[in-house]
Design a protein around this ligand. Structure first.
Ligand code: TPP
Length: 368
């Protein structure tokens, strides 16, 4: 019996409404450790949620999946997080945008990681289990299995959370809504294929709604959130994962930062699709202006012809002109092979409002 685990075992045994959080550090573990984390979730029966970069470490089609924290608070999953009394944080990384904010009277946190926690205003765990993550959770599962009558206390909230996550998938308006884009991309990309994201407003619905059962198959940056990362990371994913379908999803602004790398992709004879979400502006920045009650300023721009851009690089290009054309265009691009840009007009007004409501409930929308 490993005595150093005693405090963590006691805290989990005493928990009335426990949850497990799976963070970004877990997605970089080897297959054996990932299997141990999956096993820990199954053997304890405690519901789990993921951070943006921890998605897929534990399969999101699990009956214990409670969602992904795309925001730090008031996201769908926080309905459960706010009610929990103990969160077992597996592979939390302070460099990720916080998946929840700790406060007096909130859930206690057990930090299970390779390294001690970096204490911040958002994260100051009461207990730490430091060492090999897989070995730690395996040892904990041995001590806890069959002894947790409260393990599933928060599960009744799951149905409501999943209903919110599913909202908007069937929206049939034009330009295409972001929720519908996520739904279409998930439908055309087989389980195990790779989607890389650039950085912009659409990252929120992708983190929330793109359910994946494999780690590192929704590659996104929840740390510095550097624009321009979408196409280069898709190039590397395509180079490393020969035979898997790869799609980069980019905002029109982010694409223009590194879109010249289409040349590299063509030169390397890669198969990859770049989906450009065309809203004619810096959506995330407009959302932040709304959140602060500022008037809309300097966020609109005129786009080049993305089809001609693709063709100039030796790639193929398609502009989607109707809602019904989106899925067939993506399927044809993926099946056709080579480098293929698909540009689609999007309506992201729901998320511009949402960021405003989330960041500053008292801020008045500018009306811009
Ligand atoms: C290199 C870099 N510059 C600036 C930012 C700040 N920033 C975050 S999102 C964003 C706008 C992104 O616009 P777009 O790619 O068109 O996506 P949208 O938000 O419109 O969906 C900006 C400027 C950043 N994250 N990275």
């Amino acid at each position: 019996m490993i005595k150093t685990l005693d405090p963590a075992v006691e805290m989990i045994l005493a928990a009335k409404r426990p949850m497990i959080m799976v963070g970004g550090a877990a997605s970089r573990l080897n297959q054996h450790s990932i299997a141990q984390i999956r096993d820990f979730v199954q053997r304890t029966g405690i519901p789990f949620f993921a951070t943006q970069m921890g998605k897929g470490v534990v399969a999101e089609d699990s009956d214990l999946y409670m969602g992904t924290a795309a925001l730090s608070e008031r996201d769908h999953v926080h309905v459960a997080v706010d009610k929990s009394d103990v969160i077992i944080a597996v592979g939390h990384e302070t460099c990720e945008k916080p998946p929840f904010i700790m406060s007096e009277g909130g859930p206690k946190v057990i930090h299970i990681a390779h390294q001690p926690a970096t204490f911040t205003q958002a994260y100051s765990p009461q207990l730490e289990v430091i060492g090999d993550i897989g070995a730690s959770v395996a040892a904990l599962a041995d001590r806890l299995e069959g002894k947790l009558p409260n393990a599933g206390a928060l599960l009744p909230l799951r149905e409501g959370i999943l209903a919110l996550i599913g909202e908007g998938a069937d929206e049939k308006s034009w330009p295409v809504t972001l929720d519908h884009v996520v739904h279409v991309v998930r439908k055309v990309m087989p389980e195990g294929s790779i989607v890389t994201l650039d950085n912009g407003l659409y990252k929120i619905p992708f983190a929330r709604k793109y359910r994946t059962n494999h780690p590192n198959t929704l590659l996104l940056d929840n740390t510095l959130a550097t624009m321009g990362a979408g196409v280069p990371s898709a190039i590397v994913a395509a180079m490393l994962n020969l035979g898997l379908w790869v799609m980069a999803v980019c905002g029109d602004g982010g694409f223009q930062m590194t879109g010249q790398e289409l040349m590299t992709a063509v030169e390397q004879k890669l198969d990859l699709v770049v989906l450009i979400l065309d809203n004619g502006g810096w959506g995330m920045i407009e959302a932040k202006q709304i959140a602060k009650g500022f008037p809309k300023f300097g966020v609109d721009f005129r786009n080049p012809d993305f089809v001609k851009w693709a063709e100039a690089c030796g790639a193929k290009g398609t502009r989607v002109e109707t809602l019904d054309d989106l899925m067939p265009a993506l399927e044809a691009a993926l099946k056709g092979g080579g480098v293929h840009v698909v540009a689609v007009p999007v309506d992201d007004s729901k998320y511009k409002r949402l960021v405003g409501e989330f960041r500053s409930p008292k801020a008045k929308p500018s009306g811009a």
